[in-house]
Design a protein around this ligand. Structure first.
Ligand code: SF4
Ligand code: SF4
Ligand code: FES
Length: 502
């Protein structure tokens, strides 16, 4: 049933007057009113199967005979008086919890979902009793490979069917289904589909209300309560989905084990953003560690030889000062703040001698889905729109654009040495270990997204913030401060040197 927010309906929840939008169900209206009704099978972005019954509510009637129904499938009507915490409702919930856990192993101690599991939360909130059953529980496969990325613990599944509906309604791969009946039901890949080909498959890990669907990549990495989520933006394409980057809390830093684990990305999950990605992201967003955790460049180089940061910045600014036809190749992975800093320096100090062109730092990888009508966009750079708001795009091929240049300042990735004029002096600002750094006249190591705060503007014009998760290491500095120093600003140079780690 569609919801019409322009038509409102007055009703009551637990005696408090509330307003629903026409077409809303009790659970939807209650959520907007800040009243939580437990739910397993219901998900705000999926259809309503009404199969778990945990959302049962009481509706008072004028003749004194209340009636009971599931709040996720009951439309609000004018004057309706809903009770979500009556004694009868509480008893029904307890009984439903007993039923749902009849065959559930309750192995929270070894479950990756522990700490963020609806079944665990609702047990403490709405049940609190051990199982009353004296029957032996059904057993099923504990590790069933649903795909190369996802494992299914059949015993923990409560058959809410959220995962099945996700593949039918959101990713539209129809890759999952249920086989067998009753308490022998199992989630299985559909016969004519391959769940490996669902590029949104990992969303089922988040929406599974229990620990039945787990990431094989992140299995047993870290308990959720040892980690925290830092809000960020996926740089995987110009959609710029909102994400949470999960990493170890400083107060739970590992001391005896490899300290590198304290700066590891434990997982990436979607952060709901109705303007951009809703509650979903694609699997490339889940795999950002593959991009961000590539070997880093943390040392400044002059002529391919390690040098002090102060010497390297001095040499680079001397090259910039001597340029008569310089070109800056602008990163489309730079933040709006960094782009503004570069723009200011070019306007203020270098306008007569330098031009700037926006390049693509990343191109689609072989085999990567180019675009679709869900989220994925063809441009694999997160902030080209932000860059194009200040600079002109690179048209045609790179060598043609650089004819006559005597200095090229390359910010970020995506530029091969072969594309640079052999007669030009080259200053590179980069983050990852690459042989191109060795061949530049000066290489300066700069921070990556997980080490700084900033904003990106996505292809639709939505501006989203990202926050730092980790401290930069070695000589790594922020590009935002570096541009002023490269233009010969001594105070900016002192600030850059003071801000560098080593
Ligand atoms: S695997 Fe999870 S999401 Fe799928 S039906 Fe079972 S409990 Fe629900
Ligand atoms: S659609 Fe693009 S921005 Fe969103 S998660 Fe996938 S790669 Fe990242
Ligand atoms: S949440 Fe309503 S029946 Fe499952």
């Amino acid at each position: 049933m569609s919801v019409d927010p322009t038509v409102t309906i007055d009703f009551f929840i637990n005696g408090v007057p509330c307003t629903a939008h026409d077409g809303e169900t009790v659970i939807q209206a209650a959520r907007r009113a800040g009243v939580s009704i437990p739910h397993f099978c219901w998900h705000p972005n999926l259809s309503v199967p009404g199969n778990c019954r945990i959302c049962m509510v009481e509706v008072e009637s004028d003749n004194g005979d209340p009636w009971f129904d599931i709040g996720c499938n009951m439309p609000v009507t004018a004057g309706m008086r809903v009770l979500t915490e009556s004694e009868t409702v509480k008893k029904l919930r307890r009984d439903t919890m007993q039923f749902i856990t009849l065959n559930h192993p309750v192995d929270c101690g070894i479950c990756n979902k522990s700490g963020e599991c609806l079944l665990q939360d609702y047990h403490y909130e709405h049940n609190g009793r051990p199982s009353l059953s004296i029957d032996r529980k059904n057993h099923a496969t504990k590790f069933y490979a649903l795909s190369d990325r996802i494992m299914l613990d059949n015993e923990r599944c409560i058959m809410c069917t959220r995962c099945v509906r996700f593949t039918n309604e959101v990713s539209k791969t129809h890759a999952l289904g249920a086989v067998h009946r009753g308490d022998h039901s199992l989630i299985r890949p559909a016969e004519n589909a391959d769940f490996n080909e669902d590029v949104y498959s990992d969303n089922v890990i988040d929406i599974c209300p229990v620990g039945a669907l787990l990431s094989r990549e992140n299995l047993d990495h870290a308990r959720v309560w040892y980690t925290k989520a830092t809000p960020s933006v996926c740089p995987g394409c110009s959609r710029g989905c909102s994400i949470d980057v999960w990493h170890r809390k400083p107060e739970w830093a590992l001391k005896a084990l490899d300290p590198a684990l304290n700066a590891r990305i434990e997982r990436v999950t979607p952060r709901e953003n109705p303007e951009v990605n809703g509650p979903w992201i694609c699997n490339k967003g889940r795999d950002l560690a593959k991009i961000w955790e590539r070997p880093r460049a943390t040392t400044a180089l002059v002529g391919g030889t390690p040098a002090g940061l102060d010497e390297a910045v001095e040499r680079a600014s001397a090259i910039v000062a001597a340029a008569s036809r310089g070109v800056v190749l602008v990163s489309s992975w730079g933040s709006n703040e960094e782009l503004a800093a570069l723009h200011h320096v070019l306007q203020d100090k270098l306008a007569s001698r330098f031009t700037a062109r926006v390049k693509a730092d990343h191109a689609p990888q072989p085999g990567e889905l180019l675009e679709d009508d869900i989220l994925i966009m063809a441009d694999k750079n997160p902030n080209r729109r932000g860059a194009l708001a200040l600079f002109t795009p690179l048209e045609g091929d790179l060598p043609a654009a650089l004819v006559g240049a005597d200095v090229v300042l390359v910010w970020g990735e995506g530029v091969a040495d072969a594309d640079l004029p052999s007669t030009a002096r080259v200053v590179r600002l980069g983050s990852y270990a690459h042989e191109a750094a060795l061949r530049a006249d000066v290489f300066l190591p700069i921070s990556i997204q997980t080490e700084r705060n900033g904003h990106y503007t996505n292809a639709q014009g939505v501006v989203t913030a990202f926050k730092a998760c980790f401290e930069p290491k070695g000589d790594v500095v922020h590009a935002e401060g570096l541009f002023q120093a490269l233009a010969g600003n001594r105070k900016a140079l002192q600030r850059v040197l003071a801000g560098a780690v080593s």
